[in-house]
Ligand binder design. Structure first.
Ligand code: BGC
Length: 266
């Protein structure tokens, strides 16, 4: 058995750059038709669509702010209209608005929770409604549908100066597991990926130069990750290779969650 997604339709949110982009490209290469959702970066999304098309795949760019209920509904309507159904959701959109807690504005708190947590709820709800309404699709996978939540090592590692982000990812952890428990009996598989330090635009500052060197001391495996590292995990979890994987979080972090400070006896 191979990790293939032939004949399936995937909605990838936040797919104009970073992790979402890498997931969309790999899904496209692996036979899925991909809905490349973006918020502001229309050009980035168009480029992802172009690259998928060039490699012989099918893709469509659709604008939506995942924090907006109506926009999420419209995104899933467009996906179903264009490709005839939906088999996979990768709820990937996420952002950071860092500030020490005393300086963090309510706006910064809300925006991060709205996109990173509420956005995943809205997208998962829309996907589950679709999976139920469309039923088993001809030639589809053994599951009724698959949902992947993009979490972070910060679903378990506290992160000073980013309480909004850490709280959103801690929320994603139990959103994912509770959803998985609720819908597994219908054949819907819900899982998560928790990336560590990956070179993407969201954290360019922390992964380059001196900051990048310092970061390496937190990564037992000795390198900063690439978006493709995460995309391969996302391909596995969405494929039938992972058909018995339900409610799991796959850490793709080079060992960052292994308490590396204890390597020298703490
Ligand atoms: C954040 C990155 C950070 C990484 C490890 C991710 O969730 O988006 O900025 O480098 O966690 O701390």
């Amino acid at each position: 058995m191979e990790c293939r997604l032939d004949g399936q339709v995937a909605v990838v949110t936040g797919a104009s750059s970073g992790l979402g982009r890498a997931v969309a490209l790999l899904y496209g290469q692996s036979g899925a038709a991909v809905v490349v959702n973006y918020h502001r970066d229309a050009e980035g999304a168009a480029e992802v669509v172009r690259q998928i098309g060039q490699a012989g795949g099918r893709a469509l760019a659709v604008q939506a702010d995942v924090a907006e209920e109506a926009a999420v509904e419209a995104l899933f309507d467009a996906a179903a209209r264009h490709f005839g159904g939906i088999d996979i959701l990768v709820a990937n959109s996420g952002l950071q608005q860092d500030a020490p807690v005393a300086k963090m504005t309510l706006e910064q708190w809300r925006r991060v929770i709205d996109v990173n947590l509420t956005g995943q709820f809205l997208c998962a709800r829309a996907a589950i409604r679709r999976f139920r309404a469309q039923g088993r699709r001809p030639g589809a996978a053994p599951s009724l549908g698959k949902i992947l939540c993009m979490s972070s090592v910060h679903e378990v590692i506290p992160w000073a100066g980013r309480v909004n982000y850490a709280a959103s990812k801690g929320g994603v952890a139990l959103l994912m597991r509770s959803l998985a428990q609720e819908v597994a009996a219908e054949g819907i598989r819900v899982n998560a990926i928790a990336p560590g330090a990956i070179r993407t635009p969201i954290n360019a500052e922390n992964t380059e130069g001196e900051a990048g060197e310092k970061l390496l001391s937190l990564i037992p495996y000795g390198r900063i990750g690439t978006p493709e590292d995460v995309a391969r995990a996302a391909l596995f979890l969405a494929s039938d290779m992972a058909d018995y994987v339900v409610g799991a979080t796959l850490f793709v972090d080079g060992g960052m969650t292994l308490y590396p400070a204890f390597r020298d006896n703490g």
